[in-house]
Write a protein that binds this ligand. Structure first.
Ligand code: SF4
Ligand code: SF4
Length: 367
């Protein structure tokens, strides 16, 4: 395992982080807790969770594991979050997290899921930011950080206000140009950078052929290619992977261990592809799960990613067999645009719906 300084905190953390949002069977607390212990023994020292993850089981699993992890004597660091704008509500979340996690103090506490600059203003106005800073003074939080889906230039605005020591953001080979300025600003301010979704929410692994430009070394797997691409960037401290089982942990750890530096030509080749092709894809983060008429928006927008790939797969088949749905579900859409407002990639979702409808109509006509 490789370790990097987390900004100016003086802490060194593993470059691979444990994301506690994808446990294979989150109801099975014992088996899931063993995964954290296994990861710690494999060298992972950064562990990220949140209230509500995995049917609200994640923090409970973490708490169970942390009791055992403390006994190993290996240092580790825990990150959790609150998205409450009101100070007193955030405080309740924090106290609940401390209790559930079996911790006296949380290493990294995130002002969670800052989606727009209006939202950010609301966190300050409502007292959430002040409450985080107060809890730090009281010793309940070690470092205040924030997690966000803002575009890069807006991330810069928040960073420059100077409240936080680190930022967690969605970043992968797919959307790296979209948040580039945020990463740049974090580096300029010597802040830690934690990357969620380094595998593009599965899109990269599932579209191995399209993303084959990431495989630049002999015998490199697509997982290695995607992780190595982010390992190359010294500004990124931690890459969070949501592990489902022990095998996922072992595979990701060995992907990190197999990293060797790239030549300038290899790097330029990857960047050329990324900058031209992949700034506007759905990462399947599911934050658009807000539809008042229950349309599973991400299923359609992820399928619409196929419009940008050379693929033999019929998109109607993908909807049917991969997602278990049908294009006629979109007839329910009232065009309220709530999904667009919530989209972490700021995608033109309604436009994608229309493109997908047209494409599927052509498929059905044999075009
Ligand atoms: S625009 Fe359509 S799909 Fe999006 S939230 Fe509104 S009704 Fe649902
Ligand atoms: S449409 Fe946007 S919010 Fe929804 S899953 Fe895709 S990237 Fe995420």
């Amino acid at each position: 395992m490789v370790y990097r300084e987390y900004g100016n905190t003086g802490l060194k953390v593993s470059v691979l982080g444990f994301g506690g949002m994808r446990f294979g069977d989150p109801e099975d607390h014992d088996t899931s807790a063993e995964m954290l212990l296994h990861a710690l023994k494999k060298g992972i020292t950064y562990f990220d969770t949140a209230p509500g993850y995995c049917g609200d089981n994640s923090e409970i699993i973490f708490g169970k594991a942390i009791k055992e992890m403390k006994k190993t004597g290996i240092p580790f660091y825990v990150s959790t979050k609150s998205n409450k704008p009101k100070g007193s509500d955030l405080r309740r979340d924090l106290e609940n997290s401390l209790k559930r996690l079996n911790l006296e103090r949380i290493d990294f506490y995130n002002c969670w899921y800052v989606l727009t600059l209006d939202d950010w203003e609301g966190r300050k106005r409502g007292g959430a930011v002040a409450e985080i800073l107060k809890a730090q003074e009281e010793g309940l939080i070690r470092f205040p950080v924030f997690s966000t889906h803002l575009p890069g230039n807006e991330i810069r605005n928040v960073i420059e206000e100077g409240y936080f020591r680190g930022v967690t953001l969605g970043y992968s080979a797919i959307n790296s140009p979209y948040r580039e300025d945020g990463i740049k600003a974090a580096a300029e301010h010597n802040m830690g950078v934690v990357v969620m979704n380094p595998l593009g929410g599965g899109t990269i692994i599932q579209n191995e052929e399209t993303f084959s430009f990431l495989k630049v070394k002999e015998n490199q797997t697509i997982l290695e290619g995607a992780l190595h691409f982010l390992l190359l960037d010294p500004r990124i401290t931690v890459r969070l992977v949501g592990f489902r089982n022990l095998n996922d942990i072992d595979t990701a750890v060995s992907a990190v261990d197999s990293f060797v530096p790239y030549s300038e030509a290899e790097l330029a080749g990857i960047r050329g592809h990324v900058e031209s092709d992949f700034n506007s894809l759905c990462t399947t983060c599911m934050y658009c799960n807000v539809c008042p008429v229950d349309i599973p928006v991400w299923k359609f927008v992820e399928t619409a990613n196929g419009l940008f790939f050379n693929t033999d797969e019929k998109l109607s088949d993908r909807l049917k067999w991969h997602w278990g749905t049908d294009i006629s579900v979109l007839d329910r859409c009232t065009e309220c645009r709530k999904c667009e407002a919530a989209c972490t990639q700021h995608l033109p979702i309604l436009q994608r719906f229309e493109q997908l409808k047209t494409h599927i109509k052509m498929e059905n006509q044999g075009g």
